[in-house]
Design a protein around this ligand. Structure first.
Ligand code: ACO
Length: 331
């Protein structure tokens, strides 16, 4: 809750996904898998994928333009850009700076954060505190990922899971009684090895050897990640519900990180939130990591699934490990 009594609210949300689509049947030609296995074990039917010449900022910019238009905010009015991504255009400069330049946001600070799939919620929560403090007025929060560029298309355990996309939101001071009511963020680096890309950084810089060893691809212990994801997402969701004085039954829409339908169902069940109040678009996009929550939120708004006064619960889990949630009274 804001010390000042001032709260942050979502002023506009937009998203963008690349045109190319890979279906489960396409994967039957690439690895030893079936449409049935993928659908039954994950809930994914298809995913959007970038072309070779598309990078994160190419997805982030159209998502940003859509969010700015919906918010009725011009690029010059922004005072901060926070981009959540593990697939930035370059190691440096940041994707946030590329977006800043390309949209003509002349009065901002800009930075990327590496928080895996929890990045959008982390960044919204940080933005919320900065707006509550009165130091910032209009913050652009972007979640963007091109994970298919880090995917090993010979590894059936991971290659069927990921898709590319971007979502963006403009946050500013709430006008009424709504806005972000409660936030929560946690991390546990001791488990980071269960979901990582070992190569490309200063530990294993790119070399012919590191490429031969496939260190620049996503490595994941799926079953372990699954268990921690359910437990941590429940913990974060319960924290914000308790902080706001609510229970799962009060939630109008739960938007969980779209990684696996079985994870989402397990979380909803434990929180006592019925299936019809859980937003799912995983079937169309796969796991888009940092982009998953803002794409889902943007689509939920477009579909009229979120109305003024609704209580919306966003919760995510990702590499690090990191996990986070926030509770929003929509206005
Ligand atoms: N097609 C067919 N068989 C497959 C495939 C596939 N695509 N992938 C794995 N299998 C096989 C395995 O080889 C294994 O075979 P084996 O028993 O002969 O060894 C069998 O299926 C079962 O494998 P499990 O890993 O136990 O399958 P599980 O039911 O756990 O599903 C999955 C795997 C989908 C990866 C699941 O564990 C999962 O979703 N984990 C969580 C991932 C996640 O949430 N990540 C998100 C957080 S981080 C982020 O978003 C970047």
């Amino acid at each position: 809750m804001a010390v000042s009594g001032r709260r942050a609210a979502f002023l506009g949300v937009g998203h963008y996904t690349p045109e190319n689509v890979l279906t489960n049947s396409d994967f039957e030609k690439i690895v030893d898998t079936t449409d049935e296995w993928i659908l039954e074990r994950t809930g994914i039917r298809e995913r959007h994928v970038v072309t070779e010449d598309q990078a994160a900022s190419d997805l982030a910019i159209p998502a940003t333009r859509a969010a700015l238009e919906k918010a009725g905010v011009s690029p010059e009015e922004l005072d901060l850009i926070l981009v959540g991504t593990v697939t930035s255009d370059y190691l440096f400069p940041s994707t946030a700076c590329i977006v800043q330049d390309k949209i003509g946001a002349r009065n901002v600070a800009a930075l990327d954060t590496s928080v895996g799939c929890s990045a959008f919620i982390y960044n919204c929560n940080i933005a919320s505190q900065l707006i509550e403090s009165g130091h910032y007025q209009r913050i652009l929060v972007i979640g963007v990922e091109t994970l298919t560029k880090l995917t090993d298309y010979t590894d059936r355990n991971t290659c069927v899971l990921f898709g590319d996309g971007a979502g963006a939101a403009v946050l500013g001071p709430a006008q009424g009684e709504g806005g972000i009511l409660a936030t929560h963020m946690k991390a546990d680096g001791s488990l980071g090895y269960l979901l990582e890309m070992p190569g490309g950084g200063s530990r294993h810089p790119p070399t012919h050897e590191s490429l031969d060893q496939k260190l620049h691809y996503i490595k994941m212990a799926g079953r372990e990640v699954f268990k921690h994801a359910v437990r941590s997402m429940c913990e974060a969701a319960t924290y914000v519900l308790d902080a706001g004085g609510f229970s799962g039954e009060d939630v109008d829409l739960l938007i969980p990180h779209q990684a696996n339908l079985r994870i989402m169902s397990a979380v909803a069940e434990r929180l006592k939130i019925p299936e019809e109040k859980v937003f799912v678009n995983l079937d169309k996009y796969g796991n888009t990591s940092a982009a998953s929550i803002p794409i889902a939120l943007s689509e939920a708004l477009e579909e009229g699934r979120v109305k003024t006064g609704d209580l919306v619960l966003n919760v995510a889990f990702g590499a690090g490990f990191t996990w986070a949630a926030h509770l929003v009274r929509w206005e």
